[in-house]
Write a protein that binds this ligand. Structure first.
Ligand SMILES: Cc1cc2nc3c(=O)[nH]c(=O)nc-3n(C[C@H](O)[C@H](O)[C@H](O)COP(=O)(O)O)c2cc1C
Length: 186
C-alpha cells in the first residue's frame, strides 16, 4: 500500500465525546470535550484537555472537581450547543437537569446515562490548554444501560467525533484479549 506524508497533527482516531461539568462561582456550567481519555484503570484516573480561555476551567480550579457525563446520540443538539457557546456569556446551567453525589462538588447531568465525579489530582499546563487529571470518586450509571451489571455501549449509545462529524458506534468486531490468541506461538 502506498502512503503519503501529511501535515503533522494528532493522528486521527474517533474521539469519545463527553460533557464536563463544573461549578463556576457556584453556578453549574457544562462544556463539550473530545480530548478526554482514561489514564489509569486502578486508581481510576481520567483526563480532559481544556483550552485555557474556557470559562469552565476557572470553576475546576476553584473547586478542584469536575464531572464527566457521557451524552447519548439523542442529545446531539445539546452536546453541540455546550461546545458552541461559553458560560462566560451564556447561561448553560438550565440546558440539563443537574444532580449531585454525596457532596456538592461538581454537577452531573441527569439526562446522560453515565456520570462520574472527578477530583483533580494533577494539572498539566500546555501552551494553549490545561489538562486536568482527575480521580473518579463517584460513578453512576442508569440502570437500564447495564447488561450483567456492566455499562453497555449499545444501550448508552455514545457519540464519537471524527473530523467534523459526530458518529455512532458500529457493532462488535471481536473479543478483546482473545482475538489475538490465534497468533500466539504454540
Ligand atoms: C464536539 C466538540 C468537541 C470539543 N472538544 C474540546 C476539547 O477537547 N477541548 C477544548 O478545550 N474545547 C473543546 N470544545 C470547545 C468547547 O466545548 C467550547 O469552546 C465551549 O463553548 C467552552 O465552554 P465554556 O467557556 O463555558 O467553558 C469542543 C467543542 C465541540 C463542539
Amino acid at each position: 500500500m502506498e502512503k503519503i506524508q501529511i501535515p503533522n497533527q494528532a493522528p486521527s482516531t474517533p474521539m469519545p465525546i463527553v460533557i464536563a461539568g463544573a461549578l463556576v462561582k457556584g453556578k453549574e456550567n457544562y462544556l463539550t470535550i473530545g480530548a478526554y481519555g482514561v489514564m489509569s484503570m486502578q486508581p481510576p484516573l481520567v483526563y480532559i484537555s481544556s483550552m485555557k480561555a474556557h470559562f469552565t476551567n476557572a470553576g475546576i480550579k476553584e473547586t478542584g472537581y469536575f464531572s464527566i457525563n457521557v451524552p447519548p446520540a439523542a442529545l446531539i443538539k445539546e452536546t453541540d450547543y455546550c461546545g458552541l457557546v461559553s458560560g462566560r456569556t451564556t447561561d448553560k446551567s438550565r440546558i440539563f437537569t443537574g444532580f449531585y453525589g454525596k457532596e456538592k462538588h461538581a454537577p452531573m447531568i441527569q439526562e446522560c446515562p453515565v456520570n462520574a465525579v472527578c477530583k483533580v489530582v494533577k494539572t498539566v499546563e500546555l501552551p494553549n490548554n490545561e489538562v486536568f487529571i482527575g480521580e473518579v470518586v463517584e460513578y453512576y450509571v442508569d440502570t437500564p444501560c447495564l447488561t450483567d451489571n456492566i455499562p453497555d455501549p449499545k444501550k448508552i449509545d455514545p457519540l464519537l467525533l471524527a473530523g467534523h462529524s459526530y458518529r455512532k458506534l458500529g457493532g462488535i468486531a471481536g473479543t478483546a484479549f482473545s482475538a489475538g490468541k490465534s497468533l500466539m506461538k504454540k
